[in-house]
Ligand binder design. Structure first.
Ligand SMILES: Cc1cc2nc3c(=O)[nH]c(=O)nc-3n(C[C@H](O)[C@H](O)[C@H](O)COP(=O)(O)OP(=O)(O)OC[C@H]3O[C@@H](n4cnc5c(N)ncnc54)[C@H](O)[C@@H]3O)c2cc1C
Length: 422
C-alpha cells in the first residue's frame, strides 16, 4: 500500500503496478494534486526512465529554455540570462508543471498500470502487528497491507507514528508561498521571449525576501505564471515577517512588476519544504514500512534551485524496488527493506545530498541575501553611469562600492566557501 498521491507515491505505486503487484494508493484530497504545491520545475530525466517520453502525454506546461538568475536591490536588478535550444534533448530538460493537472495524470497512469487509487481518504494511523507495521487506519476503515510506503509529504503523519519522523526545526525547513497569475499565452511568449512550447524559469535573490534567508521564483506556464518566495522559517520568525507579505512586495519590485503586469491572480497556496539536506535525513524504513519523498526530507536545496519533484520520483521508485525484493523473499522486515537505503545511495538522491552536505550551512550566510545583491546592483549602476567625471576601472569601482559594506578578506572567504560547497 502507498499513502499519498504526490510524485513520490505515484512513482512508487506505478512501479509496483507495472510489475504486476497488487497495489493500493490512497490520497486524502478529492483528487490527486488537489492541494499540492510546487513552483514548479520538474527535472524530467528520472520520470523519463519510468515513463519514456512522458512529456508527450503528461500535462506539462512548458519546456524550460530560458534560465535567469537575478539579484535584486530595492529598485534594480542584475541578471544572468541563459537561453538554450534544448528541443533536441527533451529528456534532460526541465518542465514547468501545475500540480493539480500533473498529479492527476500521474495517478491515472497508476490506474492504467493496474493499481487501485482511492482519493478523498486520509490515513489517520498505522496498524501494528507483532511490532511491525501491518496496514493503515483511514477513518472507520482498517486496511491491512504487507508493507506501507509513506509518501504523505512534509510533516508526514505516518512517519511520525512509526518513529521515523523528520525533525522540522525552523532552521531545517522553508516556507514556500506561491501565486498563480493568469496571462494570455501570446503575452507570455512575447514578454519572456520564449517559443510556443518553451518557457522561462527565473530565480531571484535579495529584495524578494527583503534580504532574509530565501529566494524568489517566477515560472512560465502555458497561460499563467507561477510566482513565489521560499523563505527559511527561522528567518521569518526572527524578522517577524510573513511569507505572504514578502510575496506582495516581491510582486511590486520594478523588475517583477513588468513581468506580471496585466495578470490576474487566480490561486494562492503555501507549504513547508524540507531544506536541511542530509543532516535532517531520518531512518528511512522499519519493519513493514518505508518513507519516500518529502516525508523523508529528500529535497535538494543548494540555492541554485529547489529539487524535490525528481527526488520524490526517484525515491518512490527505489522504495517500490525494495518492496519487489522483499516480496520475492516474502520478508518485509527492516533488514530486507534496508535495500531501499542501498538503492538510494547508488542513485543521485543520496549522492547529491552527500555532495551538497554543506549547502544548508553555507546558505545561512546572511550576506548572500543582503549585501551581495545590493553590491551587485550598485556596482552595475556605477558601471553604466556616465556622469561627466573621470571614469574608474572595474577594480576601483568594486573596491569603492565594497567600502564600509564588506572587507576584501570576507569577500574572498565567502567566495572560497561557495566554491567548496556549491
Ligand atoms: C513553493 C514551493 C515551490 C517548489 N518548487 C519546486 C520546484 O520548482 N521543483 C522541484 O523539484 N520541487 C519544488 N518544490 C518541492 C516539491 O514540491 C516537493 O519536494 C514534492 O512535491 C515532494 O513530493 P512528495 O510526493 O514527496 O510529497 P507531496 O507532493 O507533498 O505529496 C504528498 C501527498 O500525500 C497526500 N497526503 C498527505 N497526508 C496524507 C494522509 N494522511 N493520507 C492520505 N494522503 C495524504 C497529500 O495530499 C499529497 O497528495 C517546491 C515546493 C514548494 C512548497
Amino acid at each position: 500500500m502507498v499513502v499519498g498521491a504526490g510524485p513520490a507515491g505515484c512513482a512508487a505505486a506505478y512501479t509496483l503496478a507495472k510489475a504486476g503487484i497488487e497495489v493500493l494508493l490512497i490520497e486524502r484530497s478529492k483528487f490527486a494534486g488537489g492541494k499540492n504545491v510546487t513552483g514548479g520545475v520538474l527535472y524530467g530525466s528520472v520520470l523519463n526512465e519510468l515513463i519514456p517520453e512522458f512529456w508527450k502525454e503528461a500535462p506539462v506546461e512548458r519546456r524550460v529554455q530560458r534560465h535567469v538568475i537575478s539579484m535584486l536591490s530595492e529598485k534594480s536588478s542584475v541578471s544572468i540570462d541563459f537561453n538554450t535550444d534544448n528541443s533536441g534533448h527533451p529528456e534532460s530538460a526541465g518542465y514547468t508543471v501545475l500540480r493539480a493537472k500533473f498529479d492527476r495524470w500521474f495517478a491515472r497512469k497508476v490506474e492504467e498500470a493496474g493499481g487501485m487509487v482511492i482519493t478523498g481518504s486520509r490515513a489517520d494511523d498505522l496498524i501494528w502487528e507483532d511490532g511491525r507495521v501491518a496496514g493503515i487506519v483511514a477513518g472507520d476503515d482498517k486496511i491491512a497491507a504487507k508493507v506501507v510506503i509513506a509518501a504523505d509529504g512534509v510533516n508526514s503523519l505516518l512517519a511520525d507514528k512509526a518513529g521515523l519522523g523528520v525533525s522540522l526545526a525552523p532552521d531545517n525547513v522553508n516556507q514556500g508561498v506561491k501565486e498563480i497569475i493568469k496571462l494570455p499565452r501570446e503575452t507570455i511568449e512575447q514578454r519572456f521571449n520564449v517559443t510556443a512550447d518553451g518557457g522561462a524559469a527565473m530565480h531571484f535573490l535579495g529584495f524578494c525576501t527583503r534580504g532574509i534567508h530565501g529566494g524568489g521564483f517566477l515560472y512560465t506556464n502555458q497561460e499563467s505564471l507561477s510566482l513565489g518566495v521560499v523563505v527559511q522559517l527561522k528567518a521569518l520568525i526572527e524578522n517577524k515577517l510573513k511569507g505572504v507579505e514578502l510575496l506582495e512586495s516581491f510582486k511590486e519590485h520594478p523588475t517583477v512588476r513588468e513581468w506580471v503586469k496585466g495578470g490576474t491572480p487566480v490561486e494562492y497556496s503555501a507549504r513547508l519544504v524540507p531544506a536541511g539536506g542530509l543532516r535532517m535525513l531520518p531512518q528511512l524504513y522499519t519493519d513493514g514500512m518505508l518513507v519516500a519523498g518529502d516525508a523523508a526530507a529528500l529535497v535538494l536545496a543548494t540555492g541554485r534551485a529547489l529539487e524535490g519533484l525528481n527526488f520524490a520520483v526517484a525515491s518512490g521508485v527505489a522504495a517500490a524496488e525494495a518492496v519487489k525484493i522483499a516480496r520475492e523473499k516474502d520478508d518485509f522486515s527492516q533488514q530486507t527493506l534496508s535495500q531501499y537505503a542501498k538503492l538510494l545511495s547508488e542513485s543521485f538522491v543520496l549522492q547529491d545530498l552527500m555532495r551538497f552536505y554543506g549547502a544548508p550551512q553555507f546558505l545561512e550566510n546572511s550576506r548572500l541575501y543582503g549585501i551581495y545583491p545590493e553590491l551587485a546592483c550598485s556596482l552595475a549602476e556605477k558601471v553604466f553611469e556616465v556622469d561627466g567625471n573621470p571614469k574608474m576601472t572595474a577594480w576601483q569601482l568594486s573596491r569603492e562600492e565594497m567600502k564600509g559594506k564588506i572587507s576584501l578578506w570576507q569577500f574572498v572567504r565567502d567566495a572560497m566557501a561557495a566554491r567548496k560547497t556549491l
